[in-house]
Ligand binder design. Sequence first.
Ligand code: NAD
Ligand code: UDP
Length: 316
Amino acid sequence: MTSKHAVVAGGAGFLGSHLVDRLLAEGYRVTAVDNLITGSIANIAHLETDKNFQFVKRDVIEPFDIAGDVGIVFNLASPASPIDYLQLPIETLMVGSAGTQNCLELARRKKARFFMASTSEVYGDPLVHPQVEEYWGNVNPNGTRSCYDEAKRYAEAITFAYHRKYGVDIKVIRIFNTYGPRMRVDDGRVVPTFLKQALLGEPVTIYGTGKQTRAFCYVSDLVDGIFRLAESSEHGPINVGNPVEMTMLEFAEKIIATTNSKSPIVYVPLPTADDPMQRCPNNTKARERLGWQPKVALEEGIAKTIPYFREKLALA
Ligand code: NAD
Ligand code: UDP
């Protein structure tokens, strides 16, 4: 990489804004490109006077250019919460397809690296467990989650096509459930929802049976995985996630205990079909090829996240 100028599509989002912070700390100049559809200026407000940072409000579904040299283009632009993409199915499909191609075109023109934020959702409701990168997945192509799953599968496909046809130096990460400060309190994902409910003493809503499993990664660990892959010679896809798996019932109990809450647990119908029954990363490749492993245990990560939610909920 000759230029230390990074473009981060989706840079005003939860993960994107933490990635921007890390890149700036590592001596990069950063341009965040975001249409704020699910992100927020508040996530990057602390960078307003940083001369190495600029924000460009733009929809990457439309072709776009960035002046001057660029060393790497990160594509994190996409609604990511199931509740968000249920409401934004076309936007989600378009940003995964046209948006990804526009980011790839920028990388091709600038002779820059291209980093694609893919997802564990490409495995769908997995029949192989824990998930290894070689597994092709079990995805419903037209169900309510398909706008996200298939957009990301297409994004992986076009990223590899640009690599094979044009020689673009690509990096594809498959991100597993990640949490931390700057998640929107109302984004509908399980971590902000349970934390908000527990902190407010409201019923904690388990969707379906609560027997479905997930494994949660703290944001600083995930960003470290992104950074290591971006600077490596690997192309991926590489799974990055914390492999400590639990049921959503166990997770609800943990959040209630950690927040010292009196919230009851209630069971409500699943809002989306095809909610994966089990999900947990096999991290062997990330460990062996990137020297990466998660450092922040769930209790510690939740403790680091609570003050942000208390502030957003205006709790003392
Ligand atoms: P987020 O919603 O906070 O961030 C996404 C950002 O992309 C937002 O700022 C949004 O405004 C922006 N965006 C969306 N469409 C855009 C468009 N057309 N043009 C420009 N900007 C656009 O979500 P997040 O959790 O930070 O996720 C970031 C990326 O990581 C997403 O691509 C998501 O699929 C991927 N990912 C996240 C997780 C997770 O657990 N957080 C898991 C797997 C994959
Ligand atoms: N979930 C839940 N209650 C909620 C929100 C989510 O039980 O209020 C469950 C959801 O059904 C899923 C898991 O928590 O099985 C993780 O959901 P999330 O939306 O965070 O992300 P996903 O892994 O499904 O993309």
